[in-house]
Design a protein around this ligand. Structure first.
Ligand SMILES: N[C@@H](CCC(=O)N[C@@H](CS)C(=O)NCC(=O)O)C(=O)O
Length: 311
């Protein structure tokens, strides 16, 4: 592989479903990337040194630029590597909206079935970690009770996919795989990795099953392992390429230089503070300094994240 200071460095773990969304996007675009293995539970000292406290997985790093959340990671990939596009079959932007379905409603059904059927086998440290992440008890008894209802929810959503594929199109939006496919696929992969009860449900949908095989065959691009320490050294030696940019239509008048705090609006709401570098309707970037990585710029999507100006 070429210059590591401009390469894709992907912080993930293998059984992370959201990471699978991006790994398939790497496959669609035929990209080379470095894989940095992060822990499944806190603490994640190397990750949070880079992100200023954001703990979720995955995170993409290119030099001293750090991209949080799969929505923004896909947007950055599309910008840097436009061909082949993730927007196929007449889709110019609705794939983003579709992510709100797959990452929330569909994901919640998958999670409920997975932990409702495997809950007793989950170790205590994981449960305690996820209680902190979600801000509520990790109640396996309650999850078990929810499984029948959630199976109905999952089946109804699988039926949407099956109906979309009934005309024998290879991918959800037509002849090429795109954002709709990566968004929907990772949830099914997650179920197959862990929950036999959910797998049986998916197997009833013939077109969906064939579509999953096609997505699997796309692969993940070219992956090379990298250590966490090396990734941090690369961030420290690099300089962010993000330029200050003011968004004159910003509803709250935010501008470069403002001190802001950013947090997810759903779970894992750890606040990340820094100095605003650039913002637009879809993205916001802040600058931070950490002794381990020096100056880094951290990028977030606007949808799904709150931005609060510090007094
Ligand atoms: N909205 C986020 C969701 C990411 C997410 O929830 N990731 C899971 C792993 S797949 C996570 O971070 N779980 C807690 C952890 O790994 O510490 C995204 O699209 O990236």
């Amino acid at each position: 592989m070429t210059d590591k200071s401009t390469a894709i460095i992907f912080h993930h773990y293998d059984i992370s479903p959201f990471s699978e969304k991006v790994r398939v996007a790497f496959g669609i675009k035929g990209l080379d990337w470095y894989a940095v293995e992060q822990p499944v539970i806190m603490p994640k000292p190397e990750l949070t040194a880079l992100t200023g406290g954001y703990r979720k997985i995955p995170v993409m790093q290119i030099g001293a630029d750090v991209y949080c959340d799969t929505q923004l990671i896909l947007a950055e990939l599309e910008q840097r590597f436009p061909t082949p596009s993730l927007f196929v079959g007449g889709d110019h932007a609705l794939g983003w909206g579709l992510g709100m379905w797959t990452d929330r409603t569909l994901f919640q059904a998958a999670v409920a079935i997975i932990f409702g059927s495997a809950g007793d086998a989950v170790d205590v440290a994981f449960k305690q970690d996820r209680e902190k992440l979600m801000g509520r008890p990790f109640d396996t008894e309650q999850m078990k009770t929810a499984v029948p209802v959630m199976k109905e929810q999952l089946r109804a959503q699988l039926d949407w996919l099956e109906t979309q594929l009934t005309d024998k199109r290879p991918y959800l939006m037509g002849d090429q795989a795109g954002i709709a496919d990566v968004n929907a696929y990772y949830n099914l992969a997650f179920i197959r990795w862990i929950a036999p009860e959910g797998t049986q449900l998916i197997d009833k949908f013939n077109e969906v099953t064939r579509w999953e095989s096609r997505i699997k065959a796309i692969g993940h691009g070219q992956r090379t392992e990298m250590s966490r320490e090396e990734a941090l050294d690369i961030a420290k030696a690099a300089t962010s390429t993000e330029l200050p940019r003011q968004d004159h239509d910003e509803p709250n008048g935010l501008k470069p230089g403002d001190r802001v705090t950013i947090m997810a609006d759903d779970y894992g709401r750890d606040p990340i503070s820094g100095e605003l570098v650039s913002s637009s309707a879809q993205r916001i970037a802040i600058k931070r300094n950490d002794p381990r990585v020096a100056d880094v710029t951290i990028h977030f999507p606007r949808v799904g994240f709150w931005v609060i100006k510090q007094a």
